[in-house]
Design a protein around this ligand. Sequence first.
Ligand code: DOR
Ligand code: ZN
Length: 346
Amino acid sequence: MAETLTIRRPDDWHLHLRDGAVLKSVLPYTTQQFGRAIVMPNLTPPITTTAAANAYRNRIVAAIPEGVSFKPLMTAYLTNGTDADALAAGYRDGAYVAAKLYPAHATTNSSAGVTDIRNIDGVLERMAEVGMPLLVHGEVTDPAVDIFDREAVFIDKVLEPLIKRLPTLRIVFEHATTERAVQFIRQAGAHIGATITPHHLLLNRNAMFQGGIRPHHYCLPVVKREKHRLALVEAATSGDPHFFLGTDSAPHAVAAKETACGCAGIFNAPTAIELYAEVFDSAGALDRLEAFASLNGPRFYGLPVNQQTITLERSPMTVPDAVALPDGGEIRPFRAGETLAWRFVT
Ligand code: DOR
Ligand code: ZN
């Protein structure tokens, strides 16, 4: 009998589902494994109103496969013009569970993001008052700052001063990629957390250039040096409740990735929990996977843990080569065609 691992059903605290045909194609991968997901608002146009969030939620719910229980948790996209009253009302009424800060031009569909965090001081004050979590894409966008340093500079120049100004604001530092982020989050209060992706746990920056340019290993923040990957593995597998699962699964059509100026994003949803299991297994910490995947996130968000369980089995599985789109395009999953050690069973 193969070795099995049963844990409480996990949640994905950072996910891109897109819309339309892509939403329908990618959503079943997530709903199969996860009970809930924090859905990123960087559509075109971005989700900036409760009406847009409710309509998007309805489109997601309509795309959930028959008989599957899954709850999308919606987020608001902050802009220089976000209205604090409207945002707080959306949080109070349950239209949003959090708001996302994209520094303008930091990543995919972020051009409507915030050009200077001081432009939204009033919004952030209100969020602190009402307890609404702020989810941050933690990178500065100054082109003079080396792309590998943008996260550390963000922590020094933006995040630390923000926490000093608003010490009670609940913050999730999304997709942490550096030792600096790990150290910073670890010493922060329980109202500050961080998500960690499977790809940042499995890749270092060599993976982007292995034998040639590898567009399917390009995401933002970019994967960093090996010492940073090791710090992330240590944080995720330590059991420290500051750290929880967020895949940042970000599908783009192959044609948009394999081109002269390819999009950032790694589509890991088809095998997300298997990838995390591999990381925890390699670290000798399978007993801590449940805390990271299924307990720490709900605790941070003040939500109940899932009652169902999932089971993984130590037996080889091959990652699908591609997910077909109705327009004839396809999306390449992370590790397409490769064999993983753990397999999601049910
Ligand atoms: O790699 C990324 N892809 N990073 C992000 O911050 C956004 C995401 C996307 O939406 O494609
Ligand atoms: Zn993301």
